[in-house]
Design a protein around this ligand. Sequence first.
Ligand code: NAD
Length: 436
Amino acid sequence: MNILIIGTGYVGLVSGACFSEFGFKVTCIDHDKNKIKNLKKSIIPIYEPGLNDLVNKNIDNKNLNFDTNANKYLNKSDCIFLAVGTPSRRGDGHADLKFVFKAVEQICLRVNKKIVLVTKSTVPVGTAKKIKNIIKKYKKDKLITVASNPEFLREGSAINDFLRPDRVIIGTNDEYSRLLLNSLYKPLNIRQVPIVNTDTETSELIKYASNSFLATKITFINEISVFCKKTGTNIGDVTRAMGLDKRIGSKFLHPGPGYGGSCFPKDTLAMSKIFKDHKIKFNIVDSVIKTNDKIKENLSAEILKIIKANKISKVLFLGLSFKPETDDIRESSSIFIIKYLLKKHKNLSISAHDPVAIPNAKKEKLNIKYHFDLNKSFESQQMVIIGTEWNIYRSINFKNLFSQMSSHVIYDLRNIYIHDKEIVKLGFKYYSLSSK
Ligand code: NAD
């Protein structure tokens, strides 16, 4: 089986590496020449644990290949996955499908054999129909059949998520495509991974419904956490007890500074728009979007208030990525708060440490200083804000920290040290999401 993947980002590269690990011949395409040049030299463009080894192993055994131009592979492929970005359309929140449709046009122009075209990108309900219309326009509908196979991997544990998924969704109205996709995922049978076979529209909806639900769960616990902070009730005990209820489950019940990342913000917005297009209001998700924005703003305003009240002029952020184990800073809460503080407090000096996300953060051209060495980053700081729960921030030596800092305020946006009484004893002013 020959697989072509268009779009070699977080999803395309991981999917390509994992399919090649199954033994299929995979070519990953990206129009970013630099990215492909580096990949050919085994330089991985993203930080994702385990990806380096998996890519190199499969380049070496000739199962995995990279190119900037899809044309020479189109008529050698059995299956083409679209893994291009589907960002929010500027201004209105709809998913922008320009990369998807452009790739479909490119494929239609040249394909002259039977091929299954699969959307792995997150696309609104009805996109497969629109793709079919483009294929018809090129009179290729006898050759190119369409399927939806949304991806659920999480950055930071993407390889494990792909190789051991909770489920695989195969959405198509075409029998040939269904059989081919089921055979692609056959290597997962040994792990008894459930395969949900459905139609294309339902498959497209499953992805948005899942992400909207998870964003709702996160926002729910974030609001409970605000209540706990106000009333002095114990958020840790609440989440633990709630999570023990099998109907609720313990995942996605940790309070944080609002959800971010490359998926939840854009997918909730798109879901709201999809409902509106069908003249229905998705009240819960509309409220989740507004509440999440408000959570980030309220937190930023609270931090600014603390900064002013304590006459702080130097702040250190620990963590820039939207979550640990990734270099992805898209919609990261740390970046949101930094931008807010830079705008509202002209004399504030901000610096930041992150184990892997600094190169991406630099592209934002923020007026801040970056530290690559955590141990050297605390010198003469007045306030430390823990923005991302990277493991290296879980065992900070606060005694050492105290002597290095010139003023002693901590804001722990991940509640990592909420039970650590030593911090206050040492003389720090400690703030968290659930304690004043
Ligand atoms: P990304 O921005 O990391 O990668 C997209 C890549 O596609 C880029 O490298 C870009 O250069 C390339 N590209 C765009 N048009 C192209 C074309 N015509 N030909 C060749 N290359 C092209 O995006 P991502 O995070 O991998 O997300 C891709 C899709 O998967 C999105 O729809 C996203 O919502 C979905 N998704 C993402 C995740 C995640 O954790 N990142 C998880 C599940 C689903």
